[in-house]
Design a protein around this ligand. Sequence first.
Ligand SMILES: *Cc1c(COP(=O)(O)O)cnc(C)c1O
Length: 300
Amino acid sequence: MTIKAVPLATWPTPLEPAMRLAGAIGLEELWVKRDDLTGLGGGGNKVRKLQYTCAQAVEAGATGVVTTGAPQSNHARLTAAAAARLGLSCTLVLAGTAPEAMRGNLLLDELAGARIVWAGTDPLAEVAAAQDGYVIPFGGTNAVSAQGYVDCAKELLTQLPDLDTVVVALGSGGTMAGLVAQLGPERVLGVDVGALPDPRATVAGLLDEMLAPAESGMWAAGGTETGAVSESLRIDSGQVGAGYATVTEPVRAAMRLAARTEGIFLDPTYTGRAMAGLCAAKPRGKVVFLHTGGLPGLLA
Ligand SMILES: *Cc1c(COP(=O)(O)O)cnc(C)c1O
């Protein structure tokens, strides 16, 4: 499969040492991959995936895109920004009803000119299918857009060839799947945020599609089967707490620690959970924390 991408930012993103945070957690070596600095629309991991989904939309001849999410979806905000950049219209189908004030990501959605449709309690995908435009899936994730994180893993291997572990938040699963496709399952720790019913199955399914037999992926060469792939994934499911929209005490502590040792702000839904998972796992060797963005959600 030939996969095209439209450029939406300047690459590579920086990889920065985080010595004070490493010392506070008790790690030998910690680096932060700044995918919160992906340029477009306030930045974040969704930009790398949108380079592929937007390319698909343009190739399909679309004049507008439609996507879905929670009211404070970073993916929705970045889809609005990408659409603006590409001259496409954008419709965002969001869960629930309009709040009294447009804060955080919602404020940015509106600034970028997105049309917002409040779905109430209706299934988001159904409401999205009824809109005019090319539908980009939940979280921007499919087996094509996950290639954006194969790209990121390649950057990382250039920046830190002998890295041991990358820690990342696991939402819709595309980010983790892309990293695992390139780095293998042992070097990626996904910290589940509680957005999917079965995150392990979703990531394994994406990998299955990405590493189709004809591809020369590192596993495909060995003919690995999906069951084995699924079992080998490293997933921390201990940071979900009472659910996606809640904040746990370890997450609060991790957010304070990162801000007070490195001046790095994390959000309570994704990157705060990933950092709490990193603190709990204390991986050995050269550890990379993938900062996936999300700051606007903190300000909502
Ligand atoms: C969406 C998101 C993630 C998770 O990425 P997925 O590819 O959906 O798993 C992590 N961090 C932030 C800030 C996000 O917005």
